[in-house]
Design a protein. Structure first.
Length: 488
């Protein structure tokens, strides 16, 4: 300013350089500028941003100046160390690596199961995440579109970029876990070269962890199954001999391939059942849970029919429908109904009850009252016939849904199977049918009657009819005598 002219305004591209002596404000070209620019790290070459003024502009200029100074010092330090031989040349490339940070958020994994990354399969085998492509219409693609619209290309994710940190985690497995489970991730990436993507091999879809979770669930269930079986074997060995016969494993059953016998259903109903849920203990034992009320143990139970509680008319409903999600589906299992049904194998005998008495804690009186009651004295063969039944009716559901369909009934109007008279009933329509047609039907509700009940009922009806007829004749005779007396 010796010439007296005012100082020229600073040039925004001068980077702090002074003006020439003429005061024209032109930037003085410094010697060796190209050489100095060659040593500037890649991170210093950022995209030009809109110029800001005032306090905000000054703050940004100070921040950029500080960042540039750090990079200059770092570059000089690397050069000095290379000349002294303290570090290898590859370190310079690592120090000059450009990193940037992005943040992605999703509402839940149902709406967005993945972020949109497709990693190099070859690099993933080396536990390195290198991007080879981006899934269309994904959260990552939407992030890139927004960065382009805001002219922030330095924040856009490109092919060849390498993932180095996720939510503060740098381990490969931890980063993979964060990408699967977290709904908000802060990612640190290193800028790579898109041209090198050709050497990355095939891409690998980003996993939401469903396959791993299923495999872990299967492995955990298998481990619980082994623990359950081991516990069951140990408990069985400690059981008293009389209980082993009652609660031991069932023998093999030879079921028909075409139709399942009704007796097999009854065996399943009265067989030994383990009280567990996914091989986890669920039974609350009063002795085992004295100290810990939340403790659950493994247990087994078995159900019997009580001879004293068996009715003369036995009604059984087959489970033709099962709930699946929000609806009921009809079972396609074919059940073969026997004409004669013997319940001896499913009734608790008095001898079996005696063997269990020492091990029953409560309810023994009720069990004895129901299971040890004397058989009904219907005839001389009451003890044998009290658990033997014969088919005399069934109800069939026609249709595939529980909400709709049609019901058809079959009934034996005869007193027994020897004197059977089968009829089919569908609304107001009735027709005669034979035994074969009845047994081919798939029963939904089945009706059995104790053997001899129909004969006794038929005999009672016949006796009632005879008595009614005799009473009618006596009344008619009395009326005739009264009429003759009046005539005289």
């Amino acid at each position: 300013a010796l010439s007296g002219d005012p100082d020229p305004p600073p040039d925004e591209h001068a980077d702090g350089e002074g003006s020439d002596s003429s005061g024209t404000g032109r930037r003085k070209k410094k010697k060796g500028g190209k050489k100095k620019d060659a040593t500037v790290p890649v991170a210093a070459k950022v995209a030009a941003k809109p110029k800001l003024g005032g306090v905000w502009g000054a703050a940004r200029d100070r921040e950029e100046t500080l960042q540039s100074a750090k990079l200059y010092v770092l570059a000089l330090l690397v050069k000095v160390l290379q000349k002294t031989g303290d570090i290898e040349p590859e370190v310079e490339e690592a120090q000059q690596e450009v990193t940037f940070e992005i943040e992605l958020t999703r509402q839940n994994k149902t709406s967005h199961p993945s972020w949109g990354f497709r990693w190099s399969d070859t690099k993933c085998e080396d536990e390195v995440f290198v991007l080879v492509s981006i899934v269309e219409d994904s959260l990552l693609e939407k992030w890139n579109l927004k960065r382009r619209a805001m002219e922030e290309m330095e924040q856009a994710v490109c092919v060849g970029d390498r993932l180095i940190e996720v939510n503060g985690e740098t381990d490969y497995k931890e980063m993979s876990k964060m990408l699967r489970t977290a709904d908000k991730v802060t990612l640190q990436l290193a800028r790579g070269s898109a041209a090198a993507g050709a050497d990355f091999g095939p891409s690998r879809d980003e996993s939401d962890g469903e396959t791993e979770r299923k495999a872990q669930a299967v492995a955990a269930k298998e481990q619980r199954r082994k623990t359950y079986c081991s516990s069951a074997d140990q408990v069985y060995e400690t059981l008293a001999p009389e209980l082993r016969q009652l609660f031991g494993p069932e023998g093999a059953h030879k079921d028909s391939i075409e139709r399942l016998p009704l007796e097999r259903c009854l065996q399943h109903f009265s067989g030994v059942e383990a009280l567990e849920d996914e091989y986890k203990p669920v039974y609350n034992c009063t002795k085992c849970s004295k100290d810990d009320k939340t403790r659950r143990t493994y247990a087994s139970r078995r159900m019997w029919l009580c001879s004293g509680g068996l009715p003369a008319l036995l009604t059984m409903q087959l489970k033709r429908f099962r709930r699946y999600r929000d609806k009921f589906e009809k079972s396609v299992a074919s059940i073969a109904l026997p004409l004669s049904l013997d319940l001896t194998d499913y009734v608790l005998e008095e001898e079996q009850l005696k063997r269990m008495k020492p091990h029953i804690e409560k309810g023994l009186e009720d069990v004895e009252a129901r299971c040890c009651a004397p058989p009904p004295p219907e005839n001389s063969d009451a003890a044998a016939s009290s658990v033997r039944y014969e088919l005399y009716g069934l109800c069939v559901h026609q249709g595939s849904s529980m909400k709709a369909g049609h019901y058809v009934a079959f009934v034996n109007g005869g007193p027994s199977l020897e004197k059977e008279r089968w009829y089919g009933i569908s609304d107001a329509r009735t027709w005669k049918c034979n035994r074969e047609e009845v047994l081919k039907a798939e029963g939904y509700v089945v009706f059995y009657r104790r053997q001899g009940t129909g004969v006794a009922a038929d005999a009672a009806l016949a006796a009632a009819a005879v008595a009614s007829a005799e009473a009618g004749e006596a009344v008619e005779g009395d009326e005739d005598g009264a009429s003759d007396g009046e005539a005289e």
